[in-house]
Design a protein around this ligand. Structure first.
Ligand SMILES: O=P(O)(O)OC[C@H]1O[C@H](OP(=O)(O)OP(=O)(O)O)[C@H](O)[C@@H]1O
Ligand SMILES: O=c1cc[nH]c(=O)[nH]1
Ligand SMILES: [Mg+2]
Length: 214
């Protein structure tokens, strides 16, 4: 598991703005900060990808270079993940993309709720590197449901899961259910509250990015 905010960097500044109740009133800034954390995590993941060597002609000579070789698919969970996805797409500009409409639906009881999934579109995933993005990894139920639904489109060579903020409960849940996936986090928080929200977290990422929903 990789955690971006383990030693102080500009990433902590972006996380602080995302969490701050006053700054997060500015939706444009909130979305842009999700995007910036996406860019930074994409850069970290890029260090694990494979590249091919080549020579590039400059105006003054030839430079030994490398270019990304690995086919990537970026999978994003609507709504909250859209700005985070944009950050990844800025780095991996030629990636293919998958979109999934998933959200927390009816509560079955005090301890459980259903994840509704009503839209999924994906390219073939066979042998590709899949990156599933969702800014909030709370219980882990959304990511688990989406991952297993995506496997219908082919078995990826490897899968990365990226989140801005995670709970220890969510991390543990994914570790046991999806041990083959590698986790990339902005920050790991304290716990989930009784409504399954991350504490201290940042609140409802989808509403903060796009406004409340009915
Ligand atoms: O780990 P989990 O317990 O599954 O919760 C995390 C999910 O909750 C949020 O989505 P939400 O259902 O609020 O939808 P939204 O993005 O439309 O706001 C978030 O973006 C995750 O997808
Ligand atoms: O803390 C949480 C949990 C789920 N979804 C959010 O947006 N925030
Ligand atoms: Mg939400």
């Amino acid at each position: 598991m990789f955690i971006l905010c383990q030693k102080p960097s500009i990433a902590d500044h972006f996380l602080a703005e995302l969490r701050d109740v006053n700054i997060q009133r500015d939706r444009l800034r909130f979305r842009r900060n999700l995007e910036r954390v996406g860019e930074l995590l994409a850069y970290e993941i890029s260090k694990t990808l494979s590249y091919r060597s080549e020579k590039v002609q400059t105006p003054l000579g030839t430079a030994p270079s490398v270019r990304l070789r690995q086919p990537l698919v970026l999978a994003t969970i609507l709504r909250a993940s859209l700005p985070f996805h944009q950050g990844f797409l800025s780095m991996f500009d030629q990636a293919e993309n998958a979109f999934i409409g998933a959200y927390r639906g009816i509560h079955l009881n005090d301890d459980e709720f259903e994840i509704e999934m009503d839209y999924i579109t994906s390219p073939n995933l066979h042998g590709k590197t899949l990156i599933i993005m969702d800014p909030m990894l709370a219980t882990g139920r959304s990511i688990e449901k989406v991952y297993h639904a995506l496997l219908r489109f082919g078995i990826p060579a490897q899968t990365h899961i990226a989140s801005v903020i995670a709970s220890p409960e969510g991390v543990e849940y994914l570790r046991t259910r999806m041990p083959e996936c590698r986790l990339w986090l902005g920050a790991l928080d304290e716990h989930l509250n009784e409504h399954f929200y991350i504490v201290p977290g940042l609140g409802d990422a989808g509403d903060l990015a796009f406004g409340p929903k009915e």
